[in-house]
Design a protein around this ligand. Sequence first.
Ligand code: PLP
Length: 356
Amino acid sequence: MVHNYSAGPCILPQEVLQKASESVRELEGSGLSLIEISHRSKDFVNIMERARSLVKEILNVPDGYTVLFLQGGASLGFYMSAINYMKKNGGRSAYLDTGSWSSKAIKEAKLLGEAHVVASSKDDNFTHIPKDWSVPTGADYFHCTSNNTIFGTQMKSFPKTDIPVLCDMSSDIFSKEINVADFDLIYAGAQKNMGPAGTTVYIAKKESLGKTGRDIPSMLDLLVHDSKDSMFNTPPVFSVYVSMLTLEWLKGIGGIKEIEARNNAKAELIYGEIDRNPLFSGTTAVEDRSTMNATFVLNDEGAHREMFDAMWNEAQINGLKGHRSVGGYRASMYNALPLESVQVLVDVMKELERKA
Ligand SMILES: *Cc1c(COP(=O)(O)O)cnc(C)c1O
């Protein structure tokens, strides 16, 4: 068995992969492949509706919100979130800069208006989430990134404010309980915790849309997509279907409560070893540690790197290398990664300590 620590696209449940591959040959007794039927067919409309309603059910989305499965990745979400909330005249927004993805979101917002950075941990190579900042009154919206996939930090709380709160939750959506009502817009690329690349989920409070005074291109307008029930144009049918299967899997194992407990157990196991083992160190502030992406380094790379790399490769661990901007190692522990895989890594770390 391969232990898949890939940061994204990431591990999906085996039973989901099984059903997904069957659907490519034949969709549930229809005689046709999932990827050759009309997206307007009853079969696919049902899939889209089921996927949307599973998001609502699993995250307990309040009334008045719309759930959309769109394309373009979270990277288009940076611009789309901004254009749906930044006022045309004198547009002002506020951003918390906690990593590369936040910085990219800020860059897109600047194409449309002012993007004020309320705080940034850039000078510390994003090793922590900034504290002691406030959301400026009068801004059109506040934007943050809930989990910093590359740096291994995670926001543990979100500001309560009168202005719309927009959040890129690409790498921790569906990993723990959130209060959707605290946000006006949540967006997340599927490929970190929900499905294959190709679709991006948007959860938007309808009453906060359509207030910018701008002409928004149809494909970027969340109200247009909502008015067409997420079928304004041909949706990425395979990604939506596999996301639906993954959400069904999540519901089946006990939903958010269960997955949150599993994710906490995995995080405790890996961070416990990082802190205990004298050969390793974590790279982030302890209170901001991500339950999804644990980043760590060898204290003496020169002495131990070659041996450690050979050992984890031997143990069938995949995707452990840290992002090039951080170096070291990154254990991405998305929903479908079992605790046993984390135990295998921890055993390798212990073994290194014995051998070194
Ligand atoms: C991966 C990631 C993105 C980029 O997603 P794409 O779908 O590749 O555009 C954006 N934000 C976060 C937090 C991510 O982890």
